[in-house]
Design a protein around this ligand. Structure first.
Ligand code: PGA
Length: 254
């Protein structure tokens, strides 16, 4: 059987009410239980995390956070630390999403958050991606610089405890996803940057997800032709039926 696939649902600031959150999570969890090789992480608004947390260990399903503080504890109004998330039972944390970067989150802050998440024993999902594409390929440089800066301080030992999510900003919340051939090209490039930083074994093992306008109609093709290790899904992850179909279609990719 082929490698494992990781599908992360980024609910963003949705849905509005707790009952709807429970319903989305219920459908996602029951679908996940029947998958063969696909792991699902639902990242709800943090106030819903304990509501949707499975009471017993769920099969192929866990809960993650959309953001985290770089600090461990102390006078940081409004922030939540990685250890608190761990204590709550979460497994993954999205770090450096472009919506947070647009609001002022720098690579340096992203790097500190990554280290905080790793030291709490959680898996960071590091988001990188260019804002625009031009004809001279400068998006490769952009992604390389962002990746290296966001990984500052990460040792070779922890390099493969991180999942990289490639999300071209222009494809997020858009009408269509990026073409699978372009996704494959960037996934290979990211693994190459990883191997430059941490050695070829780490490069080969690096897990790269794609995110940006993924839905149940394009997900399987992106995973198979794009040759990524999974997907970071926004809108479709809060559409219970669409997300269930997406999970099943991806899991069926041979
Ligand atoms: P989208 O969002 O799937 O709605 O484009 C993806 C993301 O922002 O992670």
């Amino acid at each position: 059987m082929a490698n494992k696939i990781l599908i992360v649902g980024n609910w963003k600031m949705n849905p509005l009410d707790p009952e709807a959150a429970k319903a989305i999570a219920r459908k996602t969890r029951t679908t996940a239980a029947d998958l063969r090789r696909t792991e699902v992480v639902a990242c709800p608004p943090i106030v819903f995390a304990s509501l949707i947390m499975p009471r017993d260990k769920a099969v192929h399903f866990s809960v993650g956070a959309q953001t985290v503080s770089m600090h461990e504890s102390g006078a940081h109004t409004g922030e939540v630390s990685a250890l608190m998330l761990k204590e709550l039972g979460l497994t993954h944390v999205i770090v450096g999403h472009s919506e947070e970067r647009a609001a002022g989150l720098t690579d340096e802050m992203v790097a500190k958050r990554i280290l905080a998440v790793l030291s709490a024993g959680l898996t960071p999902i590091l988001c990188v991606g260019e804002a625009v594409r031009d004809d001279n390929g400068s998006y490769f440089d952009h992604v390389k610089i962002q990746l290296k800066a966001s990984l500052a301080g990460v040792t070779q030992k922890s390099a493969n405890d991180i999942v990289v999510a490639y999300e071209p900003v222009w494809a997020i919340g858009a009408a269509a996803a990026m073409q699978p051939e372009q996704i494959r090209e960037m996934a290979i490039f990211i693994k190459k940057v990883y191997s430059d930083l941490y050695g070829s074994a780490a490069g080969l093992k690096a897990a790269v997800l794609y995110g940006g306008s993924v839905n149940y109609t394009n997900a399987a093709e992106i995973v198979s032709l794009g040759q990524v290790d999974g997907l970071l899904v926004g809108r479709e992850s809060v559409n219970p039926r669409g997300f269930a179909d997406l999970l099943k279609s991806v899991d069926a990719v041979s």
